[in-house]
Design a protein. Structure first.
Length: 368
């Protein structure tokens, strides 16, 4: 069957494309591609009930090019074959939602004077990484990289930059970090909070640093514990704030991952204090989070002043009210978060296939 890659699909301007997700309806509701439709024929295909499959799919419009989607791009091939036999024009999404999970796109946030700041959007996972580069020295830092380290190597190469350091705003619990692997590939420095990191490793402790320099650019280390005990934000040239999981455009970081009930409330109070420090940095500051819920407009960012008006959590001025709101609005736990955080904080490495399966699914690191 003919296939299409996730990168080709997201770049396509073909209005005739219809994305058909054939997975179970609960899986589709939990995590899916924007504007896709769901017809659950997954079990019917596996059980060989092809007559039932055809009956369920026969109402699809014949004037559309159907892109079939499943978990890994295998069962969707059978769906495409059946659709082709019914006269439809189809493509199979290569590697299915696993492939969508790995899709990265780089967009400019700023390219002025000596600063090149890029946002790297992991579309299917809702994760954001960053490249902070110097146009004069042709060097860059990578911030919060995913396990797909080849994406960052390629982006740096495309921009003629050499990676001189990897920075993590915190130890992540929703996806596997690529920081240590990228450090090994590039033979560079690894910056992370020693409070967060449990492993004995060669790293530079952000707890002890106030600023990093790259070319003429300043990166101030703002300590913002709450989501994790060692969370930091990165203030670039006093104009843009990479907030990690401390602050999002629609909410704030959740303080409960890896904490018991008593410590969650304590973490929420610490987070409230950290957010108050962020609020004082100026309304014109550009907020660049580590996660998002919508990428209709890129780069995914907002001025702090607008967030103070629109972000309901930020509008809460009472610590007690804030803590109560956070505790009452925690979403479901991310799958395998304990295992993922243990791997990241211990700097353990997994084979790529195991790593992709472990973090499969949506991001759930925000309190709304």
């Amino acid at each position: 069957m003919k296939s299409i890659t996730p990168k080709e699909l997201i770049k396509s301007s073909d209005k005739s494309v219809l994305i058909l997700d054939i997975r179970h309806s609960d899986s589709f509701k939990d995590w899916s591609i924007k504007d896709s439709i769901n017809v659950d024929v997954y079990d019917d295909i596996w059980n060989g009930n092809f007559g039932d499959v055809k009956q369920k799919l026969c109402q699809l419009p014949k004037d559309k090019k159907i892109v079939t989607v499943c978990n890994a791009g295998v069962t969707s091939q059978n769906a495409s074959m059946l659709l082709e036999s019914m006269g439809y024009n189809t493509l199979v999404l290569e590697k299915g939602m696993m492939g969508w999970n790995a899709l990265h796109q780089a967009v400019d946030v700023a390219n002025e004077n000596d600063l090149l700041l890029k946002q790297i959007i992991r579309v299917g996972k809702g994760c954001l990484s960053y490249m902070i580069g110097s146009n004069s020295t042709k060097e860059c830092f990578i911030v919060d990289p995913s396990q797909f380290v080849e994406e960052y190597l390629e982006i740096a190469k495309e921009n003629g930059l050499r990676i001189i350091g990897i920075i993590e705003t915190h130890v992540h619990a929703d996806h596997l970090s690529g920081a240590m692997a990228l450090k090994e590939f590039t033979k560079t420095e690894y910056y992370v909070s020693g409070t967060d990191l449990k492993a004995k490793a060669d790293f530079l402790d952000l707890d002890t640093l106030d600023e990093l320099k790259i070319g003429d650019n300043s990166i101030k280390i703002i300590k913002t514990p709450g989501h994790t005990d060692g969370s930091v934000c990165l203030l670039v040239n006093d104009k843009a704030l990479l907030t990690g999981d401390t602050l999002f455009l629609e909410g704030v970081g959740r303080p409960d991952l890896g904490r018991n009930k008593e410590d969650i409330e304590k973490g929420a109070k610490i987070l409230f204090s950290a957010l108050n420090r962020v609020k004082e940095l100026g309304n014109k500051l550009i907020i660049l989070p580590a996660h998002f819920t919508s990428c209709a407009k890129v780069p995914i960012c907002e001025k702090l002043g607008n967030l103070l008006y629109n972000n309901l959590t930020l509008k809460i001025s009472s610590e007690q009210e804030f803590v109560s709101y956070i505790l009452n609005n925690l979403p479901m736990m991310p799958p395998n978060y304990g295992q993922i955080k243990s791997i990241n904080s211990g700097l353990m490495r997994l084979p790529r296939q195991m790593g992709e399966q472990l973090e499969f699914g949506p991001n759930r690191c925000a309190s709304r």
